[in-house]
Design a protein around this ligand. Structure first.
Ligand SMILES: [Zn+2]
Length: 321
């Protein structure tokens, strides 16, 4: 039934500007028994593919460990950029040098905006980190930690790209240097998001963003997304409502404490940002954070809930949260 509805909508949209539109829609309604007028125009959550997201993660993991400043992170960057461009996004490289416990390291955030619709400025951030933690003693490929959220964000980019009016309201950010070399502190970890937030604050352009979602570790086949207690209350409520609408509510709950992650610097400069994270992952920061621990179904659940939330709450006309 849902599939049938979607076929009707696709055709109706394709013929929208054509003089044939009314007759084609009527024909499809009669043929398929579906009334496009009563279906939501943007059921974008049905277009999200967990399988496609997982393919992106596989491509990244196949490159091997991707720590900041490495040749492999360069390659992962090229991959992310190539895919984004294919989906209609323009990519800006935000490069900077950070002081780390291992000396100066060159980091590079990727910022993507949908090909310019002059009338719309992005007002919502969707973020993921794409670096993997630096280890000297293990081979860490970060399938879940660094890979899963990046794959999911690339698939969201594809889906949003099919709806230019929605895509134009969004800025995608792929952070480098999320991981700490030693321990998270004011000066170690979150290099990319701290730099990104500081640039926004210093230039006074942060105000244009009304909110954001950070994805992190969202591919565990035993999915249990826990929103940290520092999540902006209204956003968390609407995300739970989105999960409920899609019958995925049981996969989402509150975490029992705050979380330090790339959303922290954004919240600190006044951009309410939720961290969609499943921190209950037995292989976290081990050599066993590998692709076999992930499932397309988990990516599908998080991706469709996020898409539903964007379409029905955050990016909805006149939305205010
Ligand atoms: Zn990590």
């Amino acid at each position: 039934m849902k599939r049938t509805t979607w076929v009707a909508l696709c055709f109706a949209r394709r013929f929208h500007s054509s003089a044939l539109a009314p007759s084609v829609s009527v024909f499809l309604v009669l043929t398929l028994g579906v009334d496009p007028l009563h279906a939501s125009e943007h059921r974008i959550w049905e277009e999200f593919s967990g399988d496609k997201a997982l393919v992106h993660v596989e491509r990244l993991v196949d490159l091997g460990p991707r720590p900041p400043g490495s040749e492999t992170i360069d390659k992962s960057r090229d991959y992310i950029e190539r895919e984004l461009r294919m989906f209609g996004w323009q990519v800006i490289r935000q490069a900077f040098t950070g002081d780390t416990p291992r000396g100066k390291v060159r980091f590079l955030n990727l910022i993507a905006r949908f090909r310019a619709l002059a009338s719309t400025a992005p007002s919502f951030l969707l973020c993921s980190h794409y670096d993997t933690k630096t280890f000297d003693t293990i081979r860490f490929v970060g399938a879940n930690d660094g890979g899963s959220s990046t794959g999911l964000l690339l698939e969201l980019a594809r889906v949003l790209g099919l709806h230019p009016n929605l895509a134009a309201k969004v800025e995608l950010v792929f952070f480098d240097g999320e991981e700490a070399y030693e321990n998270f502190s004011e000066t170690d970890g979150l290099y990319g998001s701290r730099y990104f937030a500081r640039q926004l604050a210093d230039s006074g352009t942060g105000k244009k963003f009304r909110g954001g979602i950070l994805f992190d570790m969202v591919g565990d086949h035993s999915l249990d997304v826990t929103l940290p207690t520092d999540s902006p209350v209204e956003m968390a409520r609407d995300i739970f409502a989105s999960a409920d609408a899609l019958k995925f509510r049981s996969y989402f709950s509150y975490f029992d404490r705050e979380m330090t992650d790339d959303h922290t610097p954004l919240n600190a400069i006044g951009i309410p940002t939720v961290d969609m994270i499943d921190f209950d992952f037995a292989w976290w920061h081990t050599a066993d954070d590998t692709i076999d621990k992930l499932s397309a179904q988990s990516l599908q659940i998080v991706g469709s809930v996020a898409a539903y939330y964007l379409s029905e709450f955050a990016l909805k006309q006149g939305a205010d949260f």
